[in-house]
Design a protein around this ligand. Structure first.
Ligand SMILES: Nc1ncnc2c1ncn2[C@@H]1O[C@H](COP(=O)(O)OP(=O)(O)OP(=O)(O)O)[C@@H](O)[C@H]1O
Ligand SMILES: [Mg+2]
Length: 587
């Protein structure tokens, strides 16, 4: 039997749409907060009951809704934010689909109380499961809007079953609220749960908001990022590689004020950190990207957390370079101040170092008991020449080497006090950066004896043809033999040991995503890192003072010399004050 085709009733259409827009209480919070922001609010209060499953009430002080338009506000495809396709293509507001309130109203009991500055009093509308309950009625209330959503999914029990515990739903709501609050430090927020206030953020600077939401760990580890290029600008904070996390749960990126999860951005962040962070560690970032709205499509998914860039390659490069530069200039411990975290990191080293000094002296005493005075006089003389050098050399950041401890650490004196350097890690870093520089100056190519034939999909073959010249620049000479066969004739010499087929596959998918050669860089850099590690001075090798000084000078000239390839610090500063504290001097 064949059913007749019939148009669906409006409420059912909204309920279907609600499947995508209102996934859980947190999505209601997101939609209602975005409306409050679009309405120009300065103060927003969120009240939740039972993780939002029972009630979500959000009060704002925005422009309000004109009461004659209140019914339209809960109708599908009714919006004040766009009028035409041209408006859509350059949309600057967070909402534009005109369906959030209709979707929410179709699966809950919703009331809207609102007042504009022109109104003498507020007005209220009530909708239950998509049905208007009464006419619009006068109500009490200040200028602005309060949206009250009760009993989410009361009329869609199948959906209601998917709700998790109140605690879990509360967690999701708070995640959404934090993201939105991070994007708008100029708006004050207060968050209540079951009648108790749980968070309150006054309006202020981006720094204050980031500190309030991400806390001390990020405060101590953050590097500021700021850059501009044509229609793109970025502002935000990223963590030093020495502070990382196991999960990517503290990564917030915004495009034109909208929180997004975007592959291009995520890839750029990962690539920028790949030199300084182990693959399984995640940085913390808060990055706010501003871009000409015509260059980005936000109408990809109803929830609007995905976007499509017109020029994804350019955005990738811009982000990658910006983060990489920030990391190479500000990644390590400051030479003049030791921050809280670094100070904590140092304390175990203090005792180690003191222990080693004692051992060193003991072993010296044991082997030269007679020449003990000679030992100290030698050190003293060295100090004197150091002090003289400071006057002429000005302040060399890493100072002059004084001694080597157990063939592992270099001890150096600079104008602030004492510097301890992990000589293997530091040398490894210097070599690695040098190898990378060599690589950037030209790729060496290895001709394969017999071309490697690989079976590929038609899509891969066409992509390989499209990117043929880029691939060649990267050292991969690839030709199509048939619609489903590719031949690889050359590979980059540095990657002799890599698997050319998986390299090409990764490269093809990456060229598409980012328009860059991120994969090749990643593999090559990994090889370089291994080479650098093997070539670096081994621990326990004795270096002369001149050799040590030369390493220090190379470090000063090397980008990212503050961490080794495994994100451990390569040097640590102990200021005179730190030393005084150790010996309780001046107390
Ligand atoms: N808090 C608010 N203050 C002022 N006007 C509001 C508020 N919330 C909703 N509105 C009005 O109601 C309309 C419908 O809101 P709704 O969220 O359904 O759609 P939208 O925001 O236009 O688009 P989207 O579905 O993408 O969110 C909005 O266009 C706006 O005019
Ligand atoms: Mg909206």
């Amino acid at each position: 039997m064949r059913n007749a085709i019939a148009a669906l009733p409006d409420t059912l259409i909204s309920q279907i749409a609600a499947g995508e827009v209102v996934e859980r209480p947190a999505s209601v919070v997101k939609e209602v907060l975005e409306n409050a922001i679009d309405a120009g609010s300065r103060v927003i209060t969120v009240r939740l009951e039972e993780g939002g499953c029972q009630r979500i009430s959000i009060q704002d002080d925005g422009i309000g809704i004109v009461h004659t338009e209140l019914k339209l506000a809960v109708m599908r495809h009714a919006t004040s934010k766009i009028r035409s396709l041209t408006d859509l293509e350059s949309v600057a507001s967070l909402g534009f689909r005109g369906e959030a309130l209709a979707s929410i109203a179709s699966v809950s009991r919703l009331s809207i109380t609102t007042k504009t500055t022109e109104d003498d009093h507020a007005w209220q509308i009530q909708v239950s499961g998509g049905q208007l309950l009464d006419d619009i009625n006068p109500a009490s209330g200040n200028t602005g809007t309060t949206i009250d959503v009760q009993d989410l999914y009361f009329n869609t029990p199948a959906r209601r079953k998917f709700l998790k515990s109140a605690q879990t739903e509360l967690g999701h709501c708070l995640d959404v609220i934090r993201r939105i609050a991070l994007s708008r430090p100029d708006i004050a927020f207060a968050i209540w749960h079951n009648g108790k206030i749980i968070d309150r953020w006054t309006n202020g600077s981006i720094e204050q908001r980031v500190d309030a939401i991400l806390g001390e760990e990020f405060h101590n580890a953050r590097i500021e990022v700021q850059n501009m290029a044509g229609p793109l600008s970025i502002r935000g904070f990223i963590s030093k590689p020495t502070s990382s996390r196991a999960r990517a749960d503290q990564q917030f990126s915004f495009i034109n004020g909208r929180f997004v999860r975007d592959k291009v951005i995520q890839h750029a962040i990962r690539s920028a950190y790949q030199d300084v962070l182990h693959g399984d560690r995640q940085p913390m970032v808060v990055l706010s990207l501003e871009i000409d709205p015509t260059l980005v499509d936000v109408n990809v998914h109803p929830a609007k957390t995905e976007v499509r860039f017109r020029e994804s390659g350019a955005v990738h490069q811009f982000l990658y370079k910006t983060i990489q530069n920030a990391l190479s200039s500000g990644g390590g411990q400051s030479i003049t101040t030791i921050d809280h975290q670094a100070a904590q990191d140092i304390s175990p080293i203090h005792s180690n170092w003191l222990g080693q000094m004692a051992n060193q002296e003991l072993s010296f005493r044991q082997s030269n008991k007679n020449s003990i005075d000679q030992f100290f006089s030698k050190i003293d003389t060295k100090h004197l020449t150091q002090d003289q050098d400071f006057q002429t050399d000005n302040d060399l950041p890493l100072g002059h080497a004084i001694a080597q401890i157990h063939g592992i650490y270099i001890l150096s004196q600079n104008k602030h006090g004492l510097v301890l350097i992990d000589m293997h890690a530091a040398h490894e870093r210097v070599l690695y950066e040098k190898l990378k520089q060599d690589l950037a100056n030209g790729i060496k190519i290895q001709q394969l004896l017999v071309p490697l034939v690989m079976h590929a999909s038609e899509l891969e073959v066409s992509k390989a043809q499209e990117h043929q010249s880029t691939l060649k620049q990267l050292g991969l000479d690839v030709a199509a033999l048939s619609p489903t066969d590719l031949a690889i004739r050359t590979i980059p010499s540095l990657l002799q040991k890599a698997d050319p087929i998986s390299l090409l596959r990764n490269l093809l998918s990456d060229l598409d995503l980012t328009g860059s050669k991120a994969v090749l860089d990643a593999v090559q850099h990994e090889r370089l890192a291994t080479q650098a590690c093997h070539a670096a001075v081994r621990a326990h090798r004795l270096l002369s003072l001149a050799e040590m000084d030369s390493l220090l000078r190379q470090m000063e000239q090397t980008e990212r010399a503050d961490q080794c390839n495994h994100a451990r610090p390569t040097w640590i500063q102990l200021s005179i004050q730190d030393l005084d504290k150790l010996f309780m001097r001046g107390k």
